[in-house]
Design a protein around this ligand. Structure first.
Ligand code: ADP
Ligand code: MG
Length: 219
């Protein structure tokens, strides 16, 4: 469960989030939609604690994991080293970690890249590495910022199947994306943000054309 109460955040004099109230149930998959600059990334970053609210509160039941829009993989580390970096620092036993990393890389279809460096991978492959790196810490809540940006249609399809396989693990997922079609396919609920305010909160499966419905509210 994520409970957000009257969350506000400004940069200089510009309100990025204005008194956001939102409850997200455990195990749910939520999309944060909205035009560029509407506050999607800021809300995700505040949930993760990467930004501090000016006022209001956010409480999360469980551990969060954050997947960055630009992956933020370490260029000087191999895929395997990238994936194992955070738990290694927390002194997780190495043998246990290797098994888990191999399992994840296999599940995400990137086992063959374990000893390669990020620069030699495509965008979709880097996306999988970023996902593996986040999932190895067993987050209860997965926060993804624009997971399909820069990916072609086929790779976006792969990301959809990957996220669906995580939904089966009962992880709560919050995805920020400007891509309504993608969100309508993958999430149970879509929150539309406009200038830092929630302007719509829908369950796409209950509407005949959720994308059309939200697109009209975009303007
Ligand atoms: P989105 O992810 O929906 O595109 P953001 O959350 O990135 O939107 O941004 C919301 C607003 O806050 C925008 O007007 C953006 O310019 C501003 N903003 C976000 N981060 C910063 C920052 N670190 N410094 C200054 N302004 C920022
Ligand atoms: Mg953003």
């Amino acid at each position: 469960m994520i409970t957000i109460k009257k969350a506000s955040k400004s940069f200089d004099d510009h309100g990025a989030l204005n008194e956001i109230d939102l409850e997200i149930s455990s195990g749910d998959s939520i999309g944060l939609a909205g035009a560029s600059g509407s506050g999607k990334s800021t809300l995700l970053r505040c949930i993760q604690g990467l930004e501090v609210l000016d006022s209001g509160t956010i409480s999360c039941a469980g551990r969060t994991g954050f997947m960055f829009q630009d992956f933020q993989l370490f260029p000087h580390m191999t895929v395997g080293e990238n994936v194992m970096y955070a738990p290694k620092r927390r002194k997780t036993p190495l043998a246990h970690l290797e098994i888990k990393a191999n399992e994840l890389l296999h599940h995400l279809g990137i086992a063959q890249f374990k000893d390669r460096y990020p620069a030699s991978l495509s965008g979709g492959q880097k996306q999988r590495v970023a996902l593996a790196r986040t999932l190895i810490s067993n987050p209860d809540i997965l926060l993804c910022d624009e997971p399909t940006s820069g990916l072609d249609i086929a790779t976006t399809g792969d990301v959809i199947s990957l996220l669906k396989s995580i939904q089966n693990r009962k992880t709560t997922i919050v995805i920020a994306s400007h891509d309504l079609d993608f969100l309508a396919q993958i999430t149970h609920r879509i929150i539309l943000l406009k200038n830092g305010t929630i302007v719509s909160d829908i369950e796409p499966r209950k509407l005949s054309n959720p994308v059309e419905y939200l697109r009209k509210l975009y303007e």
